[in-house]
Design a protein around this ligand. Sequence first.
Ligand code: SF4
Length: 429
Amino acid sequence: MNAPLLATPVPASGCDAPPILRERGQREVFCGLTGIMWLHRKIQDAFFLIVGSRTCAHLMQSAAGVMIFAEPRFATAIIEEKDLAGLADANAELDAVVERLLARRPEIRMLFLVGSCPSEVIKLDLSRAALRLGQRFAPQVRVLNYSGSGIETTFTQGEDACLTALVPILPEEPAGAQASLLVVGVLADAVEDQFRRLFAAMGITRLAFLPARRAGEMPAVGANTRYLLVQPFLGETARALENRGATRLPAPFPLGAEGTTAWLRAAADAFGVADSVFEAAIAAPRERASKALQHSRRALRGRRIFFFPDSQLEIPIARFLSRELEMELVEVGTPYLHKEHLAADLALLPAGVQLSEGQDVDRQLDRCLAAAPDITVCGLGLANPLEARGLTTKWAIELVFTPIQGFEQAGDLAELFARPLNRRAALEV
Ligand code: SF4
């Protein structure tokens, strides 16, 4: 067991910033391979080849049980025991696996070699493998690599690592190009289409999404690119985009009616959209979102919620639940707190809220049980033990698998929290 390095509240920088409890103890999280579950649906001609062990394959199979009848767009190249003895063999075997895969699946245009704990333990250099295989299969297939390893990561970091790997291959925007808007982070196609319509109604048409739906349609980037993050866990992607000259538009994340309005407003301001045009574009969907929240507010108002650190979505979701649904925040734990990217959401949290960063799971369980919240957001591993202790839980991973961004999804996001409470109330009758 790791001992906590620091477990006393320390003030965050900035006079109004809430106190942050920093913990560095034992953690309960999934690894970054999990991101493949939503990434493979998004980039439709990409394939994710995990270079890992049977454990990695089991994780993916159980997480992706629903895919069993489909032609999958991910697989695991199993590192066998004999590979541990000789790296030359591992490289040769990987090349042979890729060759067979691409011969069988000629529609693949982008291949991600995804590193795992085992590939890192044997120091298999997947960046060199990607270079070697990329040269061999160019121009039909682009070969990239990133790590989904579980050592000191959270499950959403897989998306960050994947998108970071994409940034260097994005085309260069010409220097004199008009300003363009890049929306960064995986969104369900339906949500992406909704945002596309809203931006078009505002007159923002130089618009692209990262990742694109197809390998050959990845957006250009350059000094005139303004980008909006849709997820708070894309720190490395943001850094890579800024190294290419792009500028982030600071905004709360697009969750709930208020968050989505402010997120769209950041783009409208950057692109000089008139207030009247902005209001006309968003009035109807914002109204629908506000109405959709009314029903859940009755169930959630005044209820106390506790977040274990898991998805990195905790802070914007806590902001949404406290401001739009009037829930009371007991503790908001997050694996990493990117103060810059989360500044707008942090500023909207109620004064004095207890934030925690990192995890010491035993201490946090003690705090949670002592507080006896009405609902607890946590990883799968903690949900059953907490339910057994009489607490109502919500799996954090559902927040990533479910489309929750934008006006039309605000009601669904609120329902994710209202439903477990309603179910428990029904069971208790
Ligand atoms: S990458 Fe590591 S943590 Fe993830 S399934 Fe494989 S062995 Fe487990």
